[in-house]
Write a protein that binds this ligand. Structure first.
Ligand code: ATP
Ligand code: MG
Length: 491
């Protein structure tokens, strides 16, 4: 399957300052992808390049395999929830959400069409010498521009075409000729209808098929009447025009459709009943949800979210993380999510892109990134860890802190200098003398679910997460299993 979005060698400089250094990234349809990294590493810039708000200095951005470097932001299949969500404080919740639709459906596209039209006529009017004809051209272009603003523009164009055809008929001798034949044909059909009506009257109510027969006959009559109507080609066109007029979208129907949609999306983000609240009477989390509804209502293929939850307190943030993830799953939209919060990235993402200093460090599932960090930066950025310089003596054999340990990694050169990482929750505390290193409990902090305990060994302090309490100053020993040691190359 072709990726939905590809970035190929994307770089960005701001006034000689390189902030992105060759970003290569593939994003699939319906994926929840998170750009994760410290402040200033280039997350927002990457997102803005995908959204079309910033041009890359070099490299390509492809959507469905097509280069979209020249496609402006409003024409891309993306919608953005910005780092500081920009709601309109003077509009209520309903109008803030509806805004997304109103803008998308009309103004941009209409204005573009009108611009093209004016450009075309400007030339014509300039070249026309006859003042009367000049005036006529001006009237024509005004009328056409008005038509473009009309929601029924396309229907009216079809009607104009049909009217033209009717006009042509008047000068068509064949049509005049055929009218006589049509009169005869119509009489014939009317006779047929009369016959069927007679038959209808004679059907006995006692007949077991009474209702079916009646229904069939009525249908036959209807079809014949329709045939008479359309016999005359002119009548046929006129009927088509009537049918088109019936489809006219009035301001009222447009408003009604819009309302249905806005309410549907407010419900989706859990804000039903809040339509007429003003924005400044909403909590931060509610405002955030309004911003998300406004972005979703256009049904973008891709939603770009720049730290959308940063302003929320922990509890609300966790709630919204869950809701957003659900939303993404249910709506089948690709999310590109920016955060510098590793926990948020780990809980929400299908794929995490860890960035540092304008470069991608590692791309992988949350499990990959957490369990198999590729280097010291990723290991330390993704949660607490014990990172230790070591030597890979041979396959499955690594030496650190003066001890040779069995491990599960291979493929390094003999005696290669490496770094190993051991996650705090993978280390166990045992009674003195029973583990791999002896040490003393240096500090204990309660973290809600577990204790964070630092054990000072001969070479260093190891951080350990455990639900068992050990008092400061206790002599202990620490241990871990071969597969708890993860060996990393030095970058
Ligand atoms: N318009 C700009 N002009 C000049 N420099 C810019 C511009 N936009 C961003 N930068 C610089 O580019 C670098 C990357 O910025 P970016 O906003 O992409 O970082 P970020 O990863 O989103 O950071 P944060 O987590 O703080 O939002 C920063 O050093 C920033 O100062
Ligand atoms: Mg940013």
């Amino acid at each position: 399957m072709e990726p939905l979005i590809q970035l190929k060698g994307v770089t960005k400089e701001f006034g000689g300052n390189v902030v992105l250094r060759g970003i290569d990234l593939e994003i699939n349809s319906n994926e929840f992808v998170t750009l994760l990294g410290p402040s200033g590493c280039g997350k927002t810039t990457t997102l803005r390049i995908i959204g079309g708000f910033v041009d890359p200095s070099d490299g390509e951005v492809l959507f469905n395999g097509e280069d979209i470097n020249d496609v402006p932001a409003h024409k891309r299949p993306t919608n953005t929830v910005f780092q500081r969500y920009s709601l309109f404080p003077h509009l209520d919740v309903f109008e803030n959400v509806a805004f997304g639709l109103r803008v998308k459906s009309s103004e941009f596209q209409e204005q573009h069409k009108i611009d093209l039209l004016l450009e075309e006529y400007k030339e014509l009017i300039r070249e026309e010498k006859d003042p009367a004809k000049k005036r006529q051209l001006r009237r024509e272009v005004t009328r056409k521009a008005q038509l473009i603003k009309d929601p029924n523009f396309e229907l009216k164009q079809q009607i104009e075409e049909l009217k033209g055809k009717i006009k042509d008929l008047k000068n068509n001798p064949k049509y005049i000729e055929s009218k006589k034949a049509n009169v005869a044909k119509a009489n014939e059909l009317r006779d047929k209808i009369e016959e069927i009506q007679l038959e209808l009257r004679t059907v006995s109510a006692k007949d077991s098929n009474y209702h079916t027969i009646k229904k069939e006959k009525r249908q036959e009559i209807k079809e014949l009447q329709e045939e008479i109507k359309n016999l005359d080609i002119k009548r046929h066109y006129q009927n088509e025009i009537k049918a088109l007029r019936r489809q006219f979208e009035t301001r009222k129907t447009r408003e009604r459709d819009l309302e249905t949609k806005v309410l549907q999306y407010l419900k989706l983000v859990g804000l039903q009943g809040y339509e007429y609240r003003s924005i400044d009477k909403l909590s931060g989390g509610q405002q955030q949800r309004v911003a998300i509804a406004r972005a979703l209502i256009n049904q973008p293929k891709v939603l770009l979210l720049d730290e959308p939850l940063a302003a929320l307190d922990l509890k609300l943030r966790q709630e919204m993380q869950y809701e957003l993830k659900e939303l993404q799953r249910n709506a089948g939209i690709t999310f590109i999510f920016v955060t510098h919060d590793q926990e948020e990235a780990l809980t929400m993402s299908d794929k995490i892109v860890v960035m540092n200093n304008g470069e991608i460090q590692q791309i992988g599932t949350p499990e990959d990134i957490y369990n198999e960090p590729i280097n010291r930066f990723v290991a330390s950025f993704i949660g607490e860890s014990n990172i230790v310089e070591a030597v890979m003596l041979d396959d499955y054999k690594v030496e650190f802190d003066g001890v040779i340990h069995e491990c599960v990694d291979k493929g390094f050169s003999k005696n290669e200098n490496v770094e190993i990482v051991i996650r705090p929750e993978d280390i166990d505390i045992l009674p003195k003398g029973e583990g791999k290193f002896n040490g003393v409990v240096d500090s204990v902090a309660f973290k809600g679910v577990h204790y964070e305990i630092d054990v000072l060994t001969k070479y260093r302090a190891y951080t350990i997460h455990t639900t068992d309490y050990h008092p400061e100053g206790q002599e202990v020993s620490i241990t871990f299993r071969p597969d708890d040691i993860h060996v990393m190359e030095i970058w």
